[in-house]
Write a protein that binds this ligand. Structure first.
Ligand code: ACM
Length: 668
């Protein structure tokens, strides 16, 4: 029987199961894809035709194809008419529809020609990425393979991204990654049509970018006395010749990485943290600090005291000089200036800062922080750049032209006021969090729980944002903070497949998203990552919830007054140690408030954790509280019970799961 498959965007999700076998495994899912009969067969004599705007993309394609096929493809000027192409691949900017925009493309594959059309080189590049994904995954092999049938199924695709900011943040301060390692991440990003690398270049634990005017930033600020964070010395290779931990990029290295990223149509946005998270800078130049110090590079993360002083003119001169060198290296419109987690204690105790506040009529240290950011904004704007800062830059009033990176809120508020926003909410975008509830099977991590499905479910537009302000949501990015991620393989494990999910969130139309279809396509994507040597976490490992669930709650157990709910956990109490109990609402509009959770041995309470926790959908951020309990050496024959005091949060329709998992001993 001859089966002709016409897959439109709408029918795709409805008929997903039927068509699974024939579904091209493209991630992110294109806007519009029609599968046609037949295939184009790539051969040693296949030509690549380009016009002048697509020569670079043509060379990129030929180089990629050469690695795995072993064939040296000829690149020729475009023939006079598209219809003359009977044996090749045409990349062209001619005749592309205006609606494709800055990054869209059209891809038509027939049995004798492949045509990629776009208005821009970026669009052509994304068309080529899709073309590569239509080939067998072995097309990403680093060495030539002989026995592969290099077929491209016939399709017609029209595609363009939903959001303009599709990103990854990489923290190279807590742990250092070499320029070649950063390039490997850029390659994996390009495969997913991601276009922004936010490079977290400085923090308390290390300064990683050469600044010619301030050589001590790297001679002192790039090195610390050990790997830190309680990690073993051999978990990383980033040691200097004298055996100290660290490293930095020379300006030549930075130029090389920026140029490499440009070829992949990735913009690198540098981050220079201020006025907090600045200990590495202050270890080198303590004269710009608030208070007497000492300013020592710490071996731990968190919020460290030691912040820049806004009461010294020298601080602004220093920062302007640093930023001037940074601007010369990065073509990006944005400079990320941090602004998060500034401990206010040092400014409170600093008489010069207090005098400045009186002089400027600033009532709180939050207002002083805004004053600081506004001064920086003037400097940045004078260099024709735009500042981007974490949520906290909203605290004492937002600078005039600033864009906000929302990690703990403020995105909707900033967008409502007409500011541009990038969404990186902790609950959906913190890729340093655990991928499984079962921590005992995962590498030690900073905490949290962010399973693949939750990343996939992210809606970047905050609920309640007026339609005319939604254009201010530029997109979203995954953040990889590296306190407990000391090597590249581990970065890759935390990034993938969650970054594959985020690529689809930020590129594909909302209505084209389908988690089951994504998981099927992910299987093929994992084969691509195998070829590329990327150490992803296999999706088959799951999120651990089913194994760790001890029970749940139903609406009939939830009351308007506080009431205790109990679960038998005897089977779970097998050895002494710390456990965490998690309350995860799965259905209901209202949610529950938890007051405490306790462990009982034969009816007698032996451990309790008391703190207010909410499980449900609050604002745009779902919350799922954890409670920590101490488990004793089990007494033979004893019965163990988990008891929690719970009350409905304005309603009693809540339903959810309770998970129980052991917590590995903490690292320092
Ligand atoms: C942050 O995670 N401190 C932005």
């Amino acid at each position: 029987m001859k089966l002709k498959l016409i897959i439109g965007m709408v029918t795709l999700s409805l008929a997903a199961t039927v068509l699974a076998v024939n579904e091209p495994a493209i991630i992110p899912q294109p806007q519009n894809l029609t599968r046609l009969e037949g295939a184009f067969k790539l051969a040693a004599d296949t030509r690549i035709y380009t016009d002048s705007a697509s020569v670079a993309t043509g060379k990129f394609l030929a180089a990629q194809l050469r690695k795995s096929t072993g064939w040296r493809f000829r690149i020729s000027g475009k023939p006079a008419s598209d219809s003359k192409i009977t044996d090749g691949i045409l990349l062209t900017t001619k005749g592309a529809a205006a609606r494709l925009g800055a990054e869209g493309y059209e891809l038509a594959v027939s049995s004798n020609a492949v045509i990629v059309r776009a208005l821009t080189p970026a669009g052509l590049f994304y068309g080529v990425q899709t073309l590569l994904q239509l080939l067998p995954p072995e097309i990403f092999s680093p060495v030539a393979l002989n026995n592969i049938d290099w077929q491209i199924p016939c399709v017609k695709i029209t595609d363009a991204p939903r959001f303009q900011w599709r990103g990854l943040m990489l923290d190279v301060s807590r742990h250092f990654f070499t320029k070649d390692e950063v390039k490997q991440m850029l390659d994996a990003m390009a495969l997913h049509k991601l276009n922004t690398l936010h490079w977290h270049l400085v923090d308390d634990n290390g300064w990683r970018i050469e600044i010619k005017k301030y050589p001590k930033l790297t001679s002192i600020g790039a090195w610390r006395d050990g790997v830190g964070f309680g990690l073993p010395t051999n978990s990383t290779t980033a040691y200097g010749p004298d055996g100290r931990y660290g490293g930095f990029y020379t300006q030549k290295d930075i130029r090389e990485v920026v140029a490499y990223a440009q070829q992949l149509h990735i913009t690198i946005v540098p981050e220079i943290e201020m006025p907090g998270h600045s200990l590495a800078a202050l270890a080198a130049y303590p004269e710009y600090g608030s208070g007497p110090g000492p300013f020592i590079i710490p071996l731990k993360g968190g919020i460290n005291p030691g912040i820049l002083s806004p009461a010294k003119e020298g601080t602004f001169e220093f920062l302007e000089n640093v930023l001037t060198e940074v601007f010369a290296l990065f073509p990006s419109k944005y400079i990320h200036i941090g602004g998060d987690e500034v401990p206010k204690g040092p400014w409170k105790k600093d008489e010069a800062c207090q005098a400045l506040m009186r002089r400027e009529g600033l009532k709180t240290e939050e207002e002083l922080q805004s004053w600081f950011i506004r001064r920086i904004e003037k400097i940045v704007n004078a260099h024709r750049k735009t500042i981007l800062g974490w949520s906290e830059i909203l605290e004492g009033g937002l600078a005039q032209n600033a864009a906000v990176m929302d990690w703990i809120g403020g995105g909707r508020e900033a967008a409502s006021q007409g500011h541009d926003v990038v969404m990186t909410p902790t609950a959906s975008c913190y890729f340093d969090y655990y991928q499984s509830r079962n921590r005992s099977t995962e590498p030690y991590s900073i905490g949290g729980f962010l399973p693949l499905q939750r990343v996939y479910a992210l809606e970047p537009i905050p609920a309640g944002l007026a339609p005319d302000q939604q254009k201010h949501i530029l997109g979203a990015q995954g953040n990889i903070w590296t306190e407990y991620i000391p090597n590249l393989k581990h970065v890759e494990y935390m990034a993938f497949p969650r970054l594959s999910a985020l690529a689809e969130v930020t590129w594909s139309p909302k209505e084209a998203r389908n988690y089951d279809s994504f998981l099927r396509r992910l299987k093929t994507n994992e084969q691509r990552l195998d070829q590329l040597g990327v150490s992803y976490r296999p999706s088959a490992l799951g999120d651990g919830v089913a194994e760790l669930k001890i029970g749940g709650w139903k609406p009939e157990q939830i009351k308007a007054e506080p009431a205790a709910i109990e679960w038998d956990v005897t089977a779970k109490v097998t050895n002494a140690g710390k456990v965490s109990v998690n309350f995860n609402q799965t259905a209901g509009a209202q949610g529950i408030n938890v007051a405490w959770a306790a462990l009982l041995e034969d009816g007698k309470e032996i451990s309790r954790d008391t703190h207010a926790g909410f499980s449900g959908s609050a604002d745009v951020r779902p919350r799922r509280p954890d409670y920590a309990l101490n488990v004793p050496v089990p007494k033979p024959g004893a019965q163990y019970t988990l008891r929690a005091q719970v009350v409905g949060n304005g309603g009693t329709d809540s339903q959810g799961d309770v998970c129980w998992f052991s917590v590995p001993p903490a690292k320092k």
